[in-house]
Design a protein around this ligand. Structure first.
Ligand code: FAD
Length: 457
């Protein structure tokens, strides 16, 4: 019975640069690699406004299943396999610790409030029953707690103050253990093979699916592809880039792979640093590709250290604004029926692909909130939360706070950046490109209203 470890996968769906997995393998005779499919997230909801569960759209479910299939194959290539179970992890994990006589429980630290509550419960239970718990930080490059401590115990609320306290990050761990000792005696537990959407109860799906398949293998391939063109990387500058470049998107589209941890952000960052050292000149944060990864770290840190970060009421950093609570306006925006081609086409892309270029997210978020509609940012956040394949609690809330001018920006009037986002859209005739790609049939508004909907003409 000695030396049994349970590696609980949630995010961090990878073998490379995975400190929790490395800890699980250290001195273990058997490693039980577990993922729990939670019906709370996955059960079909026939009343939802688009296919998927009440909380998660069909594209993210599909992406997750791709990640699990790939993880299982990769584990098998190292002598192990994924043990997939169905139910509520808070009930299942403690039961497994007991049933399999586990000595060590390992999982990646997760800073989201929902996950913290779940993990604290399980950690407490494990510790009480004599199980060693190991929960390292590896979803982000830096540990948000360290950043806050380095900033004198205060959450850095500007990107500049955040960047000032960053030290050099640690190096990624490599490709992962070459051999992962297999599990034994798990027959008494109902272990599933990775289901398809139909197995989860999703029938007659005739929507267009996201073109981005899930998994570490795909994610690493995408990382290599993105870094192949050194000029492109060294000249990368947000917010430049065509939001309607569908065949070859203008940005990396690594966000879903970072969200599920198929690609380690620390690996991405270290590869970027190597590339920068090989070129004569390169763009710098906040607009560079390195700068984008630091935005991610910034929102993780603020999200971790700010009470009620995901709501207006009770948040110490969020402006209290008397937003409208208008379900009809919200539904028109969500379903792409506003009559503004650029906005409607972008929202259709969100539903069909679960991903949009940053400038499209920028525009639709402004439009819903401080643009024409004046609808609460939390409502828009919820729609993104359900539909994005890269939905990420810290980043999504942080950007909605930003784009609605509820935090980080001082004014409620659109700052220059937003005007810029729309001008870029106009120069690319984003409405036409998005419409023709996503077959939208909305009434065409006079072009001027498509872009300048909030200015006084
Ligand atoms: P790239 O430009 O290639 O950047 C590389 C990585 O940097 C991204 O994958 C992402 O991890 C990070 N990054 C880039 N931009 C930002 C940003 N503004 N804030 C934080 N990190 C960033 N991104 C998410 O990953 N999840 C979300 O839930 C999310 N919600 C958003 C909501 C709104 C209203 C807005 C305006 C933006 C949101 N973003 C979100 C940020 C950004 O739009 C996406 O990260 C980006 O478009 C993803 O494409 P990419 O991977 O090609 O990005």
């Amino acid at each position: 019975m000695e030396g049994r470890a349970l590696m609980w996968f949630r995010k961090g769906l990878r073998l490379h640069d995975n400190p929790a997995l490395e800890h699980a393998c250290e001195g273990a005779k058997n490693v039980y690699a577990v993922f729990v499919l939670d019906p709370w997230f996955l059960a079909p909801d026939p009343c939802a406004p688009s296919p998927g569960s009440a909380r998660v759209g069909i594209n993210r479910i599909q992406f997750l299943l791709g990640c699990l299939k790939d993880l299982d194959l990769r584990l098998k290539s190292r002598g192990n396999q994924l043990l997939l179970l169905h139910g509520n992890p808070v009930e299942i994990i403690p039961g497994l610790l007991h049933k399999w006589s586990i000595k060590k429980l390992c999982f990646e630290y997760d800073t989201e409030p929902y996950s913290l509550q779940r993990d604290n419960f399980i950690k407490e239970h494990a510790t009480e029953t004599g199980v060693e718990v190991c929960s390292p930080v590896s979803h982000t490059i830096y540990n948000p707690e360290d950043i806050i401590a380095k900033n004198g115990g205060m959450v850095p609320l500007t990107y500049q103050s955040f960047c000032r306290v960053l030290g050099k990050p640690s190096n990624p761990l490599g490709d992962g253990p070459s051999h992962i000792p297999p599990p034994i005696d798990y027959e008494g537990v109902n272990v599933l093979s990775v289901p398809c959407l139909e197995d989860l109860g999703y029938k007659n799906l005739n929507e267009e699916f996201s073109p981005f398949p899930g998994g570490e293998t795909e994610g690493l391939k995408r990382l290599e592809e993105s870094l192949k063109d050194k000029n492109w990387v060294s000249e990368f500058e947000k917010p430049k880039g065509d939001p309607t470049a569908f065949m070859k998107p203008a940005t990396t589209v690594l966000s879903p792979y970072l969200k599920f941890g198929c690609v380690s952000s620390r690996l991405f960052y270290s590869r970027l640093k190597v590339l920068y050292s090989q070129v004569k000149s390169y763009t710098k944060p906040p607009v560079s590709l390195e700068g984008q990864l630091l935005w991610r770290e910034f929102f993780y840190t603020v999200g971790y250290g700010t009470p009620n970060f995901d709501r207006m009421v009770g948040s110490p950093i969020c402006k209290q604004i008397p937003w409208k609570d208008d379900e009809d306006l919200l539904a028109a925006w969500r379903d792409g029926h506003t009559g503004y081609p650029w906005i409607d086409a972008a929202m259709v892309q969100l539903r069909k692909w679960g991903w949009m270029h940053h400038l499209a997210r920028h525009a639709v978020a402004c439009f819903l909130t401080r643009g024409d509609m004046f609808v609460h940012w939390e409502k828009g956040r919820d729609v993104f939360d359900r539909l994005l394949i890269d939905d990420d609690w810290s980043i999504n809330n942080g950007n909605w706070l930003w784009l609605s001018a509820s935090a980080f920006f001082a004014q409620v009037r659109p700052p220059l950046g937003n005007q810029e986002a729309l001008l870029v859209a106009k120069s690319f005739r984003a409405d036409i490109a998005l419409k023709s790609r996503f077959g939208l049939s909305c009434a065409v508004s006079p072009n001027i209203f498509a872009y300048y909907f909030w200015t006084e003409i």
